[in-house]
Ligand binder design. Structure first.
Ligand code: 5GP
Length: 119
């Protein structure tokens, strides 16, 4: 699947659509999910254009992968979740119901999260 630069997160990265930003560095932008599914629900996206985790893991340089996941850990710490705990999820492809085709992870926390998957 080729990268569609009209996806909603590409527009957020370009500043064409606003977001509730919580963190930014050279690798990543983090902002609150518009439809939160936990008391804290933040999305972290790389500043580089990859469709999914599969794409990012296969194609991105070790420098970008390292920088991105360092940013994810920094965001969780900044959100005050390091001690209480949190969950990181990345949907990839149709079975996961990935909605936005720009690689991202969800950071969920702020309270007990329940089972990993809804039944
Ligand atoms: P996915 O299903 O692709 O893993 O998750 C996409 C997430 O992006 C969803 O949780 C959805 O609520 C969120 N989302 C979709 N559009 C927007 C938007 O315009 N702004 C923000 N902040 N979140 C969005």
């Amino acid at each position: 699947m080729s990268y569609d630069d009209q996806n909603i997160f590409a527009k957020i990265l370009r500043g064409e659509i606003p977001c509730d930003k919580v963190f930014e560095d050279e690798f990543a932008l983090a902002f609150r999910d518009i439809r939160p599914q936990a008391p804290v629900h933040v999305l972290v996206i790389p500043k580089s254009n990859y469709v999914s985790l599969a794409d990012f893991g296969a194609q991105a340089s070790p420098y970008l992968v390292h920088g991105f996941f360092q940013a994810v850990a920094k965001v969780a710490k900044q959100l005050g979740l390091q001690e209480s705990g949190y969950r990181v999820i990345s949907n990839a492809g149709p079975d996961s119901h990935q909605e936005v085709p720009h690689f991202h992870v969800h950071i969920l926390g702020g309270g007990p999260l329940g089972p990993l998957l809804a039944t």
